[in-house]
Design a protein around this ligand. Structure first.
Ligand code: G16
Ligand code: MG
Length: 582
């Protein structure tokens, strides 16, 4: 057994280590500066209570992006030096964000150990590679992202840090499953490398009826396609869709995880998931080949999902509403009913209508998955989702891209259980259109202005807040732009009081609420690594089932025009068009 020594390394605070919506995300060139990662990791250890560090079991892994392997070795050495008892690493350093959450909650080590937390190494949907992004975040014992109380403490610590601890361990082989033991001043320290998929696969099998999904996937009527965009989802897709559920290997696109995501932008939306979008018949360059019935994509760390039907896009806000509406019948895990449902504020109100109809508890929280975690821990919420391609449930404390796909496949399997051997297939599009016919439709679109100058973005937001003080003036401007949109009846900055711990989160997005239920929401992204990204969310409710079939961009055109002129978007940002529309 190798015996190690601990040393204290002198350091000084480095600016800009405030965690965003989901951890610290920066360019790789920032992360590789001397002491940069170490300062953040030590600040995290110092922010945790002693029992979460000394003698604890920690998970360290991520989406496999560039710099992950180096970061894992650095964190292992620091963990050993800080008195951590063992570190669990997914083979090759790979674990999806939902799998980390599952491992913290479910995995039991050979000696009966349980993890109390994790460092997740990912910048989610941001590109990877030496010129691109890296990220790190800490998740707690419940498997969810650290709450603001902890991330604030981490940030405070980064501003005063003077030293960090590290051990002179040799690098650990993370490519081979097994345990390596070391001896330190405080006793034994182990690194266990384990299979990245098995705990997660086991959990999925306990939630869904794999047999019924297998029947669907093996039916000649049903065709399927999954795009991991070269993110970590690939490590799970083959195991689950091909090995467990019998999908064809050829139905997997970009399912080999790569450090640079093959040079792409691993964000599952209509702009970046180009290959899938073409295969599903949704782009101009679509081939003549008949598209599959179902397509889905994931982001780099596999917590996001995009669901598509044949030549049909499912808006994430509709996706969570449809899953909630069908969960009890189609998914065994929910067979005894839903505890409640929740969405983030900018997500459309499609879920609200389902909650009302099914008499379910309903919550509207700020953007950021951590807000759902408290509700789930208190037994108040079973299914939740966000417009930003995140959907999930209380099986873990992160959103879950593959879970969402399995949820949709379960609904399809349920609706088609009588027609797989005859009769017409109920398609993704049928399910969505039927949902609109029952609940009405929330036309919805999001405009993203990425990498805008940060101070101009702030000015635009300040302008919108100032406008809110006079609704009379707002309505005059609105009428001047389009006489066919309804009146603004309320405008505010969203503020949230957590019903469980009473904590208050302010400035969570600027809302303009219209008389007919339409909404305009403006907020700055909390997940970028450079400049600012302005997000504009536009929504309009249509109850009349004869009018729910319109093209959404066309239906929303008047509101879009109002939003762009009211916010003086071009004036502040210099942009005549958004970078991404979803
Ligand atoms: O980036 P991820 O997938 O970890 O996702 C993270 O950020 C998203 C918002 O991103 P933005 O602030 O850019 O709108 C949140 O909706 C999500 O809950 C959070 O986990
Ligand atoms: Mg993600």
């Amino acid at each position: 057994m190798v015996v190690f020594k601990v040393s204290r390394v002198e350091t000084q605070p480095i600016d800009g280590q405030k965690p965003g919506t989901s951890g610290l995300r920066k360019k790789v060139k920032v992360f590789i500066q001397p002491h940069y990662l170490q300062n953040f990791v030590q600040s995290t250890f110092n922010a945790l209570t002693a029992e979460k560090v000394r003698g604890a079991t920690l998970v360290v892994s991520g989406d496999g992006r560039y710099y992950s392997k180096d970061a894992i070795q650095i964190i292992i050495k620091m963990a050993a030096a800080n008195g951590v008892r063992r570190v669990w690493v997914g083979q090759n350093g790979l674990l999806s964000t939902p799998a980390v959450s599952a491992v913290i909650r479910e995995r039991v080590g050979v000696d009966g150990s349980k993890a109390t937390g994790a460092f997740i190494l990912t910048a989610s949907h941001n590109p990877g590679g030496p010129q691109e992004d890296f990220g790190i975040k800490y998740n707690m014992e419940n498997g969810g992202p650290a709450p603001e109380g902890i991330t604030d403490k981490i940030y405070e610590n980064t501003k005063t840090i003077k030293e960090y601890l590290t051990a002179d361990l040799p690098d650990v082989d993370i490519t081979t499953i097994g345990v390596t033991n070391f001896g330190g001043p405080e006793g034994q320290f182990d690194v266990e490398v384990f299979d990245s998929a098995s705990d997660y696969v086991k959990l999925m099998k306990s939630i869904f009826d794999f047999e019924s999904i297998r029947k669907l996937l093996s039916s000649p009527k049903f065709t399927f396609c999954y795009d991991a965009l070269h993110g970590v989802a690939g490590a799970y897709a083959k195991r689950i869709f091909v090995e467990e559920l019998g999908a064809q290997e050829s139905s997997l696109l970009n399912c080999v995880p790569k450090e640079d995501f093959g040079g792409g932008h691993p964000d599952p939306n209509l702009t970046y998931a180009k290959e899938l979008v073409a295969r599903m018949g949704l782009s101009k360059s679509s081939s003549q080949v008949e598209p599959p019935e179902f397509g889905a994509a994931a982001d780099g760390d596999a917590d996001r999902n995009m669901v598509l039907g044949k030549r049909f896009f499912v808006t994430p806000s509709d996706s969570v509403a449809i899953i909630a509406a069908n969960a009890v019948e189609a998914i065994p895990y929910f067979s005894s009913g839903l505890k409640g449902v929740a969405r983030s504020m900018p997500t459309s109100a499609a879920l609200d209508v389902v909650a009302k109809h099914l008499k379910l508890k309903f919550f509207e929280v700020p953007t950021g998955w951590k807000f759902f975690g408290n509700l789930m821990d208190a037994g108040l919420c079973s299914v939740c989702g966000e417009e930003s391609f995140g959907t999930g449930s209380d099986h873990i404390r992160e959103k879950d891209g593959i879970w969402a796909v399995l949820a949709w496949l379960s609904i399809l399997a349920y609706k088609n259980k009588e027609n797989l051997n005859g009769g017409k297939l109920v398609t993704v599009e049928d399910i969505v259109r039927n949902h609109w016919a029952t609940y009405g439709r929330h036309y919805y679109t999001r405009y993203d202005y990425e990498n805008v100058d940060a101070s101009s973005a702030k000015e635009l937001m300040a302008h919108l807040v100032k406008l809110q003080s006079s609704l009379g003036e707002v309505n005059e401007i609105v009428k001047g732009i389009r006489s066919d949109v309804s009146k603004v009846v309320n405008a505010d900055e969203f503020e949230y009081k957590d019903p469980v711990d009473g904590s208050i989160s302010k400035h969570q997005g600027i809302r303009y609420l219209f008389e007919d239920g339409s909404r305009l929401v403006f907020r700055l992204s909390g997940t970028g690594s450079e400049g600012a990204t302005i997000r504009l969310y536009i929504e309009q409710y249509e109850k009349d089932s004869s009018k729910t079939g319109r093209d959404s961009q066309e239906a929303l055109a008047p509101l879009v025009e109002v939003a762009l002129k009211l916010s003086k978007m071009q004036e502040f940002t210099g942009r005549s068009a958004p970078t991404v529309i979803t």
